[in-house]
Write a protein that binds this ligand. Structure first.
Ligand SMILES: Nc1ncnc2c1ncn2[C@@H]1O[C@H](COP(=O)(O)OP(=O)(O)OP(=O)(O)O)[C@@H](O)[C@H]1O
Ligand SMILES: [Mg+2]
Length: 264
């Protein structure tokens, strides 16, 4: 299987009160082409920071102290800012939990999508608008023409997540990183967005790194699961292995917690 992303021995520290505090402690995992890799684990285990390390968009007081992050064979951690700018958005795109906070409230959806398109692709305003309409249809927004003139506050959380996804996919990235993209949505909308993500993955051919603390989502969508705990990956395996034969104490604990509330 072709390896798209390979993270080896990633360590990240935070500067807090003039001291270095380790938060990612030797994380290694890979994502194969066309794969859905789920990074699961409790709150604070280091899922988001691992994802942000990939294109070096960490908070200013975080320092990557060791490791390599190879994307298509090139180490992202030794690239300069100019090279990384080319990778961000174009090759590796993100969606996050609260789309509304990443969309600008004072610009229309159309303005924001066309800006992304014009920034990354050499297109004039007119063809960017056409492309924006196509992208909105791709994420199954029913009236793309109308939505182009809407402001984010006029749309529901689910619609804004679709818009955010359309922007992330504008450059046909090879890797989409989705960090708890459905956590703020109700279960019906969550199911629709998950299905959409899997459909688009198939038709557009990107690999998906999906981050969640929700094991029932992990079970539904993953090809492979990595379980994180206190800055380390404590277990990795197929859905069957993780759920039918969990080896690590912490994995069993997470599964038990879910089984108790009847969510698996
Ligand atoms: N800006 C920061 N300064 C200091 N420590 C931080 C900062 N951001 C995150 N941390 C710490 O780093 C650790 C990992 O955080 P991270 O956001 O990656 O967790 P997570 O697994 O994504 O959690 P959640 O499920 O709540 O999103 C946590 O212990 C957190 O407190
Ligand atoms: Mg997080």
């Amino acid at each position: 299987m072709e390896n798209l992303l390979e993270i080896k021995n990633l360590k990240v520290d935070f500067f807090v009160n003039k001291k270095l505090v380790p938060v990612i402690d030797g994380v290694s995992f890979c994502i194969n082409k066309d794969e859905v890799l789920v990074l699961a684990g409790e709150s604070g285990s280091g899922k988001t920071l691992s994802a942000l390390s990939i294109t070096k968009i960490l908070p200013h007081n975080a320092i990557i102290t060791s490791g390599s992050i190879k994307f298509s064979g090139s180490d992202l951690l030794v690239m300069d800012e100019k090279q990384l700018v080319d990778i961000r958005g174009r090759e590796i795109a993100y969606i996050f939990q609260e789309p509304t906070s990443y969309l600008n409230p004072v610009f229309t959806i159309g303005d924001q999508i066309t800006e992304v398109i014009m920034l990354h692709q050499n297109k004039n305003k007119e063809s960017a608008i056409e492309e924006a309409k196509e992208l909105l249809s791709l994420v199954k927004i029913k009236e793309p023409k109308r939505v182009l003139f809407d402001y984010p506050h006029q749309l529901s959380g689910g619609m804004n997540q679709r818009v955010f996804l359309a922007m992330a996919l504008a450059c046909r990235p090879r890797l989409l990183i989705a960090d708890e993209p459905t956590t703020a949505l109700d279960v019906t909308i969550e199911a629709q967005i998950l299905q959409l993500l899997l459909e688009l993955k198939k038709t557009m051919g990107f690999s998906l790194l999906f981050i969640t603390h929700n094991l029932s989502i992990a079970k539904r969508i993953a090809n492979r699961i990595c379980i994180m705990h206190k800055g380390k990956i404590v277990e990795e395996g197929s859905v069957e292995k993780i759920f039918d034969a969990p080896e690590h104490f912490h994995t069993r604990e997470l599964i038990n917690a879910y089984e108790k509330i009847g969510k698996l």
